[in-house]
Design a protein around this ligand. Structure first.
Ligand code: HEM
Length: 133
């Protein structure tokens, strides 16, 4: 059997359950952000209604994981550091964001090696969003 390499083609997108799977991941991510005490500060950076944030992150992750480029189709081009430069993001905010993602990733029916892969990969844009020490 051919082994699946997550970073290639749309393997990650498919392993994440396609658009519906990523939508569920993002729903669980924002639920975690509403719940985790260490995430209160980054939750307060968002608007009270998270509908647009959910749509944007779902579409972004779809393309980022090798699926269709749904973010740029609807919202135009994006560069992650630029998209966050109006926010004050240090190591604590980065780690709170990743903690919410870890909770959400653990809830999905993903193979453990894909969970680990995803968290390692997500560290990269999270660190690139950081704009203070
Ligand atoms: C490092 C910690 C992070 C924090 C605290 C954070 C926080 C935020 C906030 C508050 C917004 C809404 C901005 C606004 O409209 O005022 C936002 C937008 C966004 N974030 Fe993050 N974010 C982080 C990391 C990430 C990462 C790692 C990704 C992708 C993997 C990401 C993807 C996005 C996208 C796609 C948007 C929408 C941008 C737009 O409006 O065009 N964020 N983020």
């Amino acid at each position: 059997m051919e082994s699946v390499v997550y970073g290639q083609q749309d393997h990650s997108f498919k392993t994440a359950g396609g658009f519906e799977g990523i939508r569920q991941l993002v729903d669980d991510f924002y639920t975690a952000m509403d719940t985790l005490p260490q995430a209160k500060h980054i939750r307060d950076m968002h608007s009270p209604n998270l509908e647009e944030s959910r749509d944007k992150l779902t579409r972004f992750l779809t393309g980022w994981l090798g699926g269709p480029k749904l973010f740029s189709e609807k919202y135009g081009p994006i560069r992650i550091p630029v998209a966050h430069r109006h926010l004050s993001i240090g190591p604590a905010e980065r780690d709170a964001w990743l903690a919410c993602m870890q909770v959400a990733v653990n809830k999905q029916p993903y193979p453990q090696d894909f969970r680990d892969y995803l968290m390692t990969q997500l560290y990269v844009p999270a660190e690139r969003s950081r704009n203070k020490d």
